[in-house]
Design a protein around this ligand. Sequence first.
Ligand code: 5AD
Ligand code: SF4
Length: 440
Amino acid sequence: MKRFYIETFGCQMNAHDSEKVIGTLVGRGYEQVATPEAAELIMYNTCSIRDKAEQKVFARLQEFKRHHAGKTFAVLGCVAQQEGEKIFEKAPHVSMVVGSASYNRLPELLVQIERGDKRVTGLSLDTEDTFETPLTRRDNPHKAYITIIEGCDKSCAYCVVPFTRGPERSRTLESVLREARELVQMGYTEIQLLGQNVNSFRDPAIPGSELGHDFAYLLRRIGEVPGLRRVRFTTSHPRDFVKDIVDAIDENPVLCNHIHLPVQSGSTAVLSRMQRLYTRDDYLRRLQWMHSAKREIAITSDLIVGFPGETEAEFAETMSLLDHGRYESMYIFKYSRRPNTPALQYEDHITEEEKTRRFLLLQEKQRAMQIRQNAELLNRVEEVLVEGWNLATNQWIGKTSQNRTLNFLHPQGREANLLGQYAQARVTRTGPSSMGGEAA
Ligand code: 5AD
Ligand code: SF4
């Protein structure tokens, strides 16, 4: 059993976990294959953020069973942690269930599987460890992820993450910097720092947390790594988002001028029921910091509609928040009840139709704003990192520092060989979510 196939759902944290899992397996002599047909071990890294994501998992596990009977199946990630040994009952063909807080036990668990054990679990959340691997298989040739903090100590009333990813654990600044330098040596110029709440990073190597060895300090230090051109980060929590982060971005163009700052609701009353630990006004102040920065910062966010008890007036406050945010883009979700979460105490009385109505109202308003805002970008020259070539339109696919997609024509077309390069492009066409242009 030496060939494995892995399939990944969920957030960037999961995507990067899979890269580290692949590194760990390859380091033990396993070979990664591109299809489940070619594999003896099938791994499935799962997400449980909303009910739909979780439903998918069991449907997919049944499919695997139908087509690949007799192989070894492993369930990783958030559904693994949440459902634990219940997965063996619902899907008896699964032999291994491992949550992300136990990935550093993978080598040992693999030995048990190789020995022929039929039920192997790694489900402890009681950990201070982070998942460090000597080897990480990076999927994207242009952008590399670096985890800086794992887990989450907040208790947002709707959210499973504190139950699926365990307590907050920061890596040391030194190991993060070492990884960044190694990535530059490997040829990467863009890195993305990852964590459920990067803003609460504190260097565990420095005793006492008030010494300034916080997230803004880390950003400044990473921004100085020679050879790095772009540093991004996700995700931020407004409670721990301090103005010093905006100042750090203002000081150093290597730090990308894009911030994802999930707001969830524009109503203080809803935020309080959500246990978000900030008010509408606190959030507006953070918008103000970003809007008055010297560099133009693109802001994106997440919203939940239909949280229990959300009245029409409370929803109207979320609608009006969009005017203040002037968001680059917005991810909108319908509230979904999750196991273990504090919000289970409330009845989920808002109907699916009503959630959909609110969802569409927000979506339509945001889309209209994006069309208007993006039209102002016409004729601008932007620096883009070229990430691909679009065969259908004969355009290079570029990303700006603000994380906007700018597809552009080049006089030499594909011959220009721009992949992985930085190029200047003038915006000649704008739409709600991407822009078109030509090499400048
Ligand atoms: N229902 C709906 N959306 C949710 N999110 C997190 N938990 C839930 C839930 N139970 C959304 C939040 C979060 C994003 C990643 O997913 O907006 O920021
Ligand atoms: Fe899904 Fe959250 Fe787990 Fe990421 S951390 S995979 S979004 S449940």
